[in-house]
Design a protein around this ligand. Structure first.
Ligand code: URA
Length: 433
């Protein structure tokens, strides 16, 4: 089919068949379809949507557009977790060693990523010497022997998604729900896990600020995963404020270590335990989510998850003494308080603005060659529902520059304080099994 007809069909609300979707993905990836036609099509999808079948076909074609990781040499059911992206989300550092400590293989492929704070690998590089470059054979051996390894994304995984996502980013089409679902799931499918637990964030720091839209996204992804032979479940979790206290690379790793030591903020611990419990169910380690939570809590309390994390850091070249003594991580030069201007209850903390504040401090990168400052970020002391008096500290800015007026402004704008009592919102808003 000619690309112009493919675009016109979507513009007019028709349904693509699998063959034409495959043809589009192949020809866009090899450069025969120009960006201007692909962007017109993405905009048509933005307005007309896609059926679940079309999304599954797009996912499949994108997953097959490059290399796929073959994890069949790893014994047992391999389960992965993916978050649609939130501010202060450090659950990966907790649940990966936790699930591995339960004897379930965790073969994780992660990226650096662009954004307000670094990706998983950037954060782990807070441990000096931490290495994620290795051959696939070495990666598989490590998982077979120790149940946990993390490798950087291989060069040619889902090139179709890489190209289309970059195009969507500059054509105002990232927020097209079926395209988000296919983009996320194509990477997960190509990365080879048998089971996938999705953490779909809802709120001011998420792609989906509204619960109904997040439900639709979750349902689409669960259906795509199951249709393509991977058992998939989704947890919808609150992102109307940052998760935990810490936003920034080594700050988040430190907070994850606190949780692995049995402390840390309750929201981080509860979400990590719930996601880990779903992973344990998918891996057939336990037969209910409740039993999974019980096992996860035991592994946190008896120190086995912490020990699994310590050994994982050491095996991958990082300095494990930082796990024992997180105060050794490089600290920012200035710790600057931001205080409340009025009395009242914290009604909302606009999570994306806190993320932007961390970005302004140097915690993230907007182009792939930028350096990340591991030490900087925002520490959120007052959360939704807390009562504050004027002058109380809302957040601490961890900065290596003295002039942080732009960051203070963003943080002040992110807080909404009201006189009325504010009820807490549930951390986990829904689950799709
Ligand atoms: N994350 C992705 O990987 N793709 C999207 O389209 C949106 C978020």
């Amino acid at each position: 089919m000619r690309m112009v007809d493919f675009i016109a069909n979507k513009r007019d609300g028709l349904v693509h068949d699998d063959e034409h979707i495959k043809q589009f993905v192949t020809e866009y990836t090899n450069g025969s379809i120009p960006d201007y036609q692909a962007s017109a099509w993405a905009m048509a999808v933005y307005f007309q949507g896609m059926t679940k079948e079309e999304s599954a076909a797009l996912t499949h074609a994108m997953a097959k557009s490059g290399d796929e990781l073959d994890l069949s040499q790893i014994e047992g059911v391999k389960v992965d977790k993916h978050s649609t992206g939130g501010v202060g989300d450090k659950t990966t550092f907790i649940l990966s060693p936790l699930v591995a400590a339960a004897g379930v293989p965790v073969a994780k492929m992660s990226g650096r990523g662009l954004g307000h704070t670094g990706g998983t690998i950037d954060k782990l590089e807070a441990f000096s010497g931490f290495q994620t470059e290795m051959t696939v054979d070495r990666f598989i051996d490590l998982v077979n022997e120790h149940k946990l390894a993390l490798v950087g994304q291989t060069g040619n995984l889902t090139p179709a998604d890489k190209k289309l996502y970059a195009l969507r980013d500059v054509t105002a089409t990232v927020n097209a729900m079926p395209l988000i679902a296919s983009s996320v799931m194509s990477k997960k499918i190509a990365a080879g896990a048998d089971g996938i637990v999705l953490d779909v964030k809802v709120g001011s720091g998420a792609f989906m600020s509204d619960l109904d839209a997040a439900r639709e996204l979750a349902q689409t992804m669960v259906q795509i995963g199951n249709e393509l032979g991977r058992q998939t479940v989704a947890v919808l979790s609150d992102m109307d404020q940052p998760l935990g206290e810490m936003v920034g690379n080594s700050l988040e790793v430190k907070e994850a270590i606190d949780v692995l030591k049995g402390g840390g903020p309750k929201d981080v611990r509860d979400l990590s335990v719930r996601l880990a419990a779903h992973m344990l169910v998918l891996a057939n380690k336990v037969d209910s989510v409740e039993a999974g939570e019980q096992l996860a809590n035991e592994l946190l309390q008896n120190g086995k998850a912490l020990e699994a994390f310590r050994q994982f850091v050491e095996r991958q070249g990082g300095d494990p003494t930082f796990v024992d003594n997180p105060e050794a991580f490089v600290k920012a030069n200035h710790i600057i308080p931001v205080t409340a201007k009025e009395d009242g209850y914290v009604k909302q903390i606009h999570a994306a603005k806190i993320g932007q504040a961390a970005g302004h401090l140097g915690a993230g990168r907007m182009t792939k060659d930028e350096e990340i400052d591991h030490s900087v970020g925002v520490q959120v002391k007052k959360k939704r529902g807390d009562y504050v008096n004027a002058g109380d500290v809302l957040t601490y800015i961890h900065s290596n520059k003295e002039d942080v007026a732009d960051v203070v402004k963003l943080i002040e704008e992110s807080y909404t304080i009201t006189k009325e009592h504010v009820e807490p919102l549930p951390l986990i808003m829904d689950e799709m099994l």
